[in-house]
Every structure is written in C-alpha cells, then in structure tokens.
Design a protein around this ligand. Structure first.
Ligand code: PLP
Length: 394
C-alpha cells in the first residue's frame, strides 16, 4: 500500500505546550474523513516520529518500533490511537498496538508457526485441520497489528489480498471436499478488502452446496469501526447464514463507535461472537474479563473463546500461566450469566486444534456415584440412575 503523509496536523506542536503534547493525538475527529475507513487506513501511524510527540514513549517502545520494520510492522489507525492513554505505559490499548523491545527477546518456547498451519495447508492460504471445517486466509493485512499476533509470520507482508489464482485453487479444493460444511474467512483481516472483492469470495463460497455456514473472522469493528458501513451490511446479509467472530481484548475496546458498528452487524442478522486472548498485564484478571464479557453482551456480542496466548516468537512477555485462565473460568461460572462465559482453550502446539480447559467440578466418581463441586465450593452427590438400572438388568 502506498504510504501517504497524514492529512491531520502532526501531533508535534510548535507552541511546545506540554499540555497539548501530553493530551495525546490531536486528531480532527469532527471532520467527515474521520469516519471514512479508507482515510483511516491511509493515515495509519507507522513511524516513530508520529508517536513520539503525542505519547510519552518508553525506551522499550522506542526500541520496539525501530526493530519492528518488515513483518508485523507497527500500524495503528488514528481511531484506535485516539484511545491510547499517552501518559500510561500500561494502557491496555497502547500495549496491544505499540511494539516493545520485549518482542525481540528470546522466549524459550517461541515458534514461528505454533499451530502448524502451514503444514495443514493443502493449498496455500487454506488451512484444513478439522474434517468438517476449514480456514481461508484471504488478506495479509490488518487495520491494526496486534503485538501478540499468531500469524505474524505472514501478516503485514506485501501483497494485500490473496492472488486470484490462489483463491481459485482454494475454491476448487473446497468444491471437491464435500465434508467441509463450515468455512471461516480470515487473514490478516478480510475486511481490509473492498466490498466487491469480499463479495466475490463470499458469493463463490455460498455457491458451493455443501458449505452450510460462512464465518468471517475480523477485528475491524474494534480497531476501525467505521469499516462497518451500511453498504457492507447490505452486502453481507445476502449470504446468510453468515456468522462473525470478532476479537475484543479489554473493556476499553468497547466505545460508542464500536457499539454502533456491532449494532449494525447484529441488525443485519449476523450472530456475533468474540474471541479474546489472555494477555499478561492487559486483561489477565477476572475483574477485567468479567467487565469485558458483560460489555460484549450489552452490544449483542456473545463471548466465544478465551485463548491461552499462542507460543509465537516475540510474544513471551504476554504469556500467562495456564492456571490463570482456569481460575478466571472458575470465577465466572455460576457468578455471572452463562452467556457471558467463553470457553477457555489452548490451541495445541503442532496443530492439535483447540483443546478446552476447565476447572474440575467432579471431585470423585465411583460406582455410579459422583461428588460434584458447585460454584460456591459446596459438594453435591449425584447418583446415576442409568447405573442402578444397569445393575438391575444384569
Ligand atoms: C479455530 C479453527 C477452526 C474453527 O474452530 P471452531 O472451534 O469450530 O471455532 C477451524 N480451523 C482452524 C484451522 C482453526 O484454527
């Protein structure tokens, strides 16, 4: 993509007023172009100088930005940057978006492709791990590059969209594999593509008789909510049943603009789910996850998965102990709406797929007698009638 100079005034202030400098980015948020998603993409923050004056960067961030050229470069939409607290180095928005030097330290179990997606790709761009569903990667770009990205090996590279020939190969594969009933369109972010390109892909998939449901995995409603236009929704609703998996990390991801975008999608009849990655120092507490899940339900997004952070090179500093996720699940179940509770999973290294992890609620089990623990830690006995029935009939 061509890089343009920002159309908004540089955050640098010649008046040298520290009040202005420390107030963060001075974006003209009231202009029509602010809500134009292409303007947002064209004006992404990609350079150290753009951040330097608006945010009090730490030495680690400065180093991280310098080192992060090439793959998974820094790229932050003005919208998402406007949510950053310029004075707080621990700001959860900031830590998702701004690289740090820790990305370039070695973590002991870091892998390039931890989910072995490349070796489960019968055709480049198509990951076929489960018999009945497949993942189609159609874009290698995103509006904002999450610093904990699992696909950092391929994201942010040149060549924005899947080449037409590769797409044809993927479609041929899908047409000839009748067991695939569920297709997930992902990337990068598929909503980086223009509506007409996206519609070509979706309509081609819809034309395959054995594909029952289509899902789109996107973070656009969070990082660039203005991408969710009326035109986009009008196009998508023609291809039901169509689901969307969104990606929320922190309660601060949910703004009025995000609520509006999710409302439009929900009104278009698209069931919305959210996938959240547990990240050290960003959202690894029950209070934050609970607040996020409650916030999601209010904007009609159903929590879907809570992920253990994949062991990708450069993300060691985000990893939490597995016990943290299990504890959070235990502190949610029974204490809030079942609808607010995602499934905690580890996507198994080596390509084993998603494996759910749960607190253990079965304390003991013997001869058709189970001792169960409830959410208040009280014990209950459950006798299996099927077990007695079996004995009676022996
Ligand atoms: C996550 C994933 C899916 C979908 O899994 P669900 O549990 O059905 O959401 C499919 N294929 C691949 C390769 C995946 O990583």
């Amino acid at each position: 993509m061509q890089k343009k100079e920002p159309a908004f005034p540089s955050p640098t202030t010649d008046s040298a007023s520290s009040a202005v400098r420390l107030a963060g980015f001075q974006f003209p948020t009231d202009t029509p172009s602010w809500r134009d998603w292409k303007w947002q993409i064209a004006n992404r923050l990609t350079r150290l100088e753009q951040l330097e004056e608006a945010i009090r960067l730490t030495p680690s961030e400065r180093e991280g930005i310098r080192l992060s050229g090439g793959r998974l470069s820094m790229g932050i939409t003005p919208y998402y940057a406007s949510l950053i607290d310029p004075l707080d180095p621990d700001c959860p928005i900031r830590r998702q978006a701004i690289p740090s030097a820790e990305e370039f330290t070695n973590s002991p179990y870091g892998m390039v492709d931890p989910l072995a997606e490349d070796s489960h790709s019968p055709v480049p761009g198509l990951v076929h791990r489960y018999p009945d569903r497949a993942l189609l990667l159609i874009s290698s770009h995103c509006a904002m590059y999450c610093r904990y990205c699992t696909r950092r090996r391929m994201v942010g590279e040149h060549g924005r969209a899947i080449p037409p020939q590769r797409l044809d190969e993927a479609l041929d594969y899908l047409r000839s594999h009748g067991t695939i009933r569920d297709i997930i369109i992902s990337g990068g972010d598929p909503l980086m593509l223009d509506d007409d390109v996206l519609e070509y892909v979706i309509s081609s998939l819809r034309a395959i008789p054995h594909i029952e449901i289509i899902r789109i995995g996107t973070r656009m409603p969070v990082t660039l909510p203005y991408r969710i236009t009326d035109d986009l929704c009008a196009m998508l609703r023609k291809y039901h049943p169509l689901y969307m998996s969104l990606h929320f990390t922190h309660p601060r991801d949910i703004t009025p603009d995000v609520a509006e975008a999710c409302g439009k999608l929900a009104d278009a009849g698209i069931p919305l789910g959210s996938q959240t990655v547990l990240l050290k120092g960003i959202n690894d507490s029950t209070a934050i996850i609970r607040e996020l899940m409650h916030g999601l339900l209010k904007i009609r997004v159903r929590p879907y998965y809570l992920y253990q952070c994949d062991q990708v090179i450069g993300t060691g500093h985000f990893q939490t102990p597995v016990a943290t996720g299990i504890r959070i699940m235990q502190e949610l179940r029974g204490h809030t709406s079942g609808y607010a509770i995602p499934t905690f999973v580890i996507d198994a290294p080596g390509g084993g797929g998603k494996i759910p992890l749960n607190p253990d609620y079965v304390v003991a089990s013997e001869d058709g007698r189970l001792i169960l623990r409830n959410f208040e830690d009280r014990l209950f006995e459950y006798r299996e009638s099927s077990h007695d029935f079996m004995l009676d009939n022996e």
